[in-house]
Design a protein around this ligand. Structure first.
Ligand code: PMP
Ligand code: GLN
Length: 400
């Protein structure tokens, strides 16, 4: 296999998957879900809901299959879905997005991210700035594009970036500033001054803002502000979202990317050779979801806030210090109070023995900064109340 070098090796290394012997490990999500399955542990690791989404959305997919929506949808995505995305952007954010030229449907947010990064950066002189810890595919895709990853730390417990550190990292080689708001894995929602500084820096250094807003409808008592709505942002911003979190359909992989036509055309040139298209029957169903009344969207935010509260209380009762998430599925806990030195060991050892699975935050960091996050663990709250209650009961064993 010596002849197989290049992109796969760079990507595996970028994702932290390359073992010292050169073999490739599975992603942390696959590993931890397998651990939960093997041990009977409650899986608060991989972020996926354990309940179905809205009935209308599921029904629409069944109907679409019965009605014969089983062949390739158009390359840009079904017009009906692109129109629904446009309506959604106008309804919630006052953004005018032309469904004909400013939206592309993708195979999940994951493909949108990959296509955008592959389209916009090329080689080690191009830098991509991300906030660390970061969702694992970011570093992998930057590596796949052969570009250079630059990171700005988000520090426990507030996880807002320091604006001077941010300004020090962005420079004229920065091609993309990659934002994730609300943030995985920390649950942070960026303050307005952070978003404004990102826009200022993008202008000053002629960078594109790529923003991953898959948790846009899961904020707790704070409004979600798409960075594209800030003055001067739209013309250099590509906004990504997905139906997975909002409609509890993570397996459907219907995502989208919107922004100015010139940037989007570059993304499309890559996307059309990745999956070309996907999800013919799921696309119209997500369109139905995006047109659900406001009460549905308010309801999922309230539900996630309540569940985060149950999870946080359970973690605190077990003796862990806990972050105060303002959005997303995730809560971060510091296991040092329970004697943990290395959260990865703690997750595979005492935590798994207690019957709960979490993800060490070091899975989302560069090797250089691993020490700063060594004792932190990400837990997902997107589970049924009784599952969270049972997890809390099992966690209590850690305190004894
Ligand atoms: N971005 C973030 C921040 C995520 O947490 C996830 C997965 N949950 C994705 C992207 C991938 O989204 P999708 O499943 O739509 O590809
Ligand atoms: N996005 C989900 C998470 O962060 C799942 C990701 C995955 O399985 N690749 O947990």
């Amino acid at each position: 296999m010596d002849h197989i070098t290049g992109a796969w090796r760079r990507t595996a290394a970028g994702a932290g998957l390359l073992r010292p012997d050169g073999s490739v490990a599975s992603t942390i999500f696959a590993e931890m879900t397998a651990l939960a399955t093997a041990t009977g542990g409650i899986n608060l690791g991989q972020g996926f809901p354990d309940e179905d989404g809205p009935r209308e959305v599921l029904e629409a997919a069944r109907e679409a299959i019965s009605a014969g929506a089983n062949q390739y949808p158009p390359g840009l995505g079904l017009l009906e879905l692109r129109e629904a995305i446009g309506e959604h952007q106008r309804r919630f954010y006052g953004l005018d997005v032309d469904p004909a030229t400013q939206v592309v449907v993708t195979a999940g947010a994951t493909e949108a991210l990959a296509s955008a990064l592959l389209a916009l950066v090329d080689g080690p002189d191009d830098e991509v700035v991300v906030f660390e810890p970061y969702y694992d595919s970011y570093a992998a895709c930057v590596a796949l594009a052969g570009a250079t990853l630059r990171t700005v730390p988000l520090r426990w417990p507030g996880f807002q970036p320091d604006l001077d550190e941010l300004a020090a990292v962005v420079n004229d080689r920065t091609r993309v500033i990659l934002v994730n708001d609300p943030h995985n894995p920390t649950g942070a929602v960026f303050e307005r001054d952070v978003l404004e500084e990102i826009v200022r820096l993008a202008h000053a250094h002629d960078a594109v803002i790529l923003t991953d807003e898959v948790y846009e409808h899961l904020t707790f008592d704070v409004p979600h502000t798409p960075i594209a709505t800030l003055p001067g942002a739209w013309e250099r911003t590509l906004t990504i979202s997905s139906g997975g979190k909002t409609f509890r359909t993570t397996g459907w992989k219907i995502g989208w990317i919107s922004g100015p036509t010139d940037l989007l055309t570059a993304v499309l040139t890559v996307k059309q050779y990745l999956t070309y298209t996907n999800g013919s029957a799921f696309q119209p169903a997500i369109a139905v979801g995006l047109r659900l009344p406001d009460a549905f969207f308010a309801g999922i935010a309230d539900d996630m806030k309540r569940k985060s509260g149950i999870l946080g209380a359970g973690l605190r009762a077990a003796g862990l210090a806990v972050s105060a998430p303002r959005g997303s599925y995730f809560t971060v806990a510091d296991a040092s109070s329970l004697g943990a030195v290395d959260a990865a060991d703690f997750c595979r050892g005492p935590l798994a023995e207690a019957g709960v699975v979490g993800i060490p935050i070091t899975a989302f960091t560069t090797p250089e900064r691993r020490g700063e996050y060594a004792t932190l663990i990400r837990f997902a709250a997107c589970k049924r109340t009784e599952v969270l209650d049972e997890a809390a009961a099992r966690l209590a064993a850690l305190a004894r």
